[in-house]
Design a protein around this ligand. Structure first.
Ligand code: PLP
Length: 425
């Protein structure tokens, strides 16, 4: 039986490694080409660009909203879906191959372990969830909060960072507060002070972003979590924009809970996220979505991912995205994002008609840069960049442009954007 299970498992992985079909018959996607140790030349990154089916002659600069998947990831996911729909009748569900037919009932230990290695925790502290929004809600709804408890956000949250806390205030009579953040945020101490200025003896939860959605600010979360811990306050970090953009080490940060959307910077297929809850506190978090394992006290991460039937192809794609990331290598990946972000900011800083609203303290910035150009509003600037050079960043609000850069982008593409912006002086 074990042999059969291993065969089926290997069979499925083999099918993923050597796709039966490709959505693009001109290409063969594989991880092999990525294995060039230490290479960090523009040639290497041009080769990386070719691993994405993004169209030539067009530039995607909106990774902060949604990361495009590589051909390898798409092939893995599509083939999984086709293969296991065709082969459904050959599979003995009880023989270890259930996860190939439906997800949501299985612990996915291997994938959770790979992800746990990336954020430095035990796999039992990590749950696979649909996205950051689910992560926030599982924490918020799981905490035993009562009327009068104070819940603290910043005033720079995404809906996936504030919704649960506002709901709890209305439903349970908790007190919802926001710390006023500096713009631009260039001094970590100023952020720290802004947070603790809003803290009182009644503060029960500090729920803040690790990277701010609109401005891309990397927050001084380690110092904030250390101070919160001293005061007995539960910390939840919204890392939707983080895993895959910067290094994340949840143990070093010292937060109680952390969640992220890996369809952003990890370039996983849409609908893949993670939730981490520190083992020391997890037994105080109720399960929100309950099924067989709702009360599993041995594997809390599994307890918190009781989602019923889901699409296993999505998780096959997730697994492939993690392999893609690990094969390029975390250091090379995050350093390249940082290098491209710094290249963009350097060019923007030289233009007097540009105001950077993101942090200009390079230690607090990575792949997201938000700015305004005098005389043109955000949506018109976005339109101009597209019409002139087929460049697609994203406008936010009425004035600003949020410009994401990732490993599939190049310095030439950034230079083109800078040239258009320069011409608008
Ligand atoms: C900081 C932050 N939190 C939460 C979210 C919500 O992410 P998702 O829609 O994947 O749940 C986003 C999305 O952009 C975000 O930037």
């Amino acid at each position: 039986m074990n042999q059969r299970r291993n065969f089926l498992k290997r069979g499925s992985i083999a099918a993923l490694a050597a796709p039966l079909i490709s959505f693009d018959s001109n290409k063969k996607w594989s991880l092999e080409v990525l294995r060039v140790p230490f290479a960090n030349t523009e040639d290497y990154w041009r080769m990386i660009r070719k691993q994405f089916p993004l169209k030539e002659g067009q530039t995607y600069f909106n990774n902060g909203t949604m990361g495009p998947s590589s051909g390898y990831v798409l092939d893995t996911m599509i083939n999984h879906m086709l293969h296991f729909n065709k082969e459904a009748a050959t599979i003995d569900y009880k023989d270890g191959s259930g996860p190939e037919l439906l997800s949501g009932y299985f612990p996915y230990k291997e994938l959770r372990s790979k992800l746990a290695d990336i954020i430095n925790c035990d796999y039992k502290e990590l749950s696979l969830v649909q996205n950051a929004t689910f992560g926030m809600n599982y924490v918020g709804m799981g905490l035993d909060l009562k009327a009068g408890d104070e819940l603290l956000n910043t005033d720079q949250e995404h809906g996936g960072g504030f919704g649960a806390w506002q709901l709890l205030a209305k439903r349970k009579g908790c007190v919802y507060k926001q710390a006023k953040m500096p713009i631009p945020a260039n001094d970590p101490q100023e952020i720290f002070d802004a947070i603790f200025k809003a803290v009182t003896r009644k503060t029960k939860v500090i729920a803040i972003p690790h990277i701010v959605s609109v401005y891309g600010t990397i927050m001084p979360v380690k110092a904030i979590c250390a101070e919160a811990r001293k005061r007995g306050i539960f910390t939840v970090l919204d890392g939707a924009q983080c895993v895959g953009q910067i290094k994340v080490d949840v143990k070093d940060i010292g937060c109680d809970a952390y969640y992220s959307s890996l369809h952003k910077w990890m370039l996983a297929p849409a609908g893949n996220g993670i939730l981490y809850i520190n083992n020391e506190v997890v037994s105080s978090i109720w399960s929100t979505v309950a099924s067989y394992n709702w009360d599993n006290q041995e594997d809390h991460g599994f307890r918190l991912m009781q989602n019923g039937t889901g699409n296993p192809a999505l998780l096959a794609g997730f697994d492939a995205a993690v392999d893609f990331f690990n094969t390029v290598g975390e250091d090379r990946w995050v350093n390249r994002i940082k290098e491209l972000g710094a290249h963009l900011r350097k060019g923007l800083k030289e233009m007097p008609h540009v105001t950077i609203h993101s942090s200009t303290n390079e230690a607090m910035a990575a792949g997201l840069t938000t700015y305004a150009v005098a005389g043109i509003n955000g949506p018109d600037l976005q339109k101009t960049l597209w019409e002139r050079e087929r460049l697609q960043p994203r406008s936010v609000g009425t004035e600003l442009l949020r410009h994401s850069v990732h490993i599939y982008n190049s310095k030439e593409e950034i230079d083109k954007a800078l040239q258009v912006i320069r011409s608008l002086a």
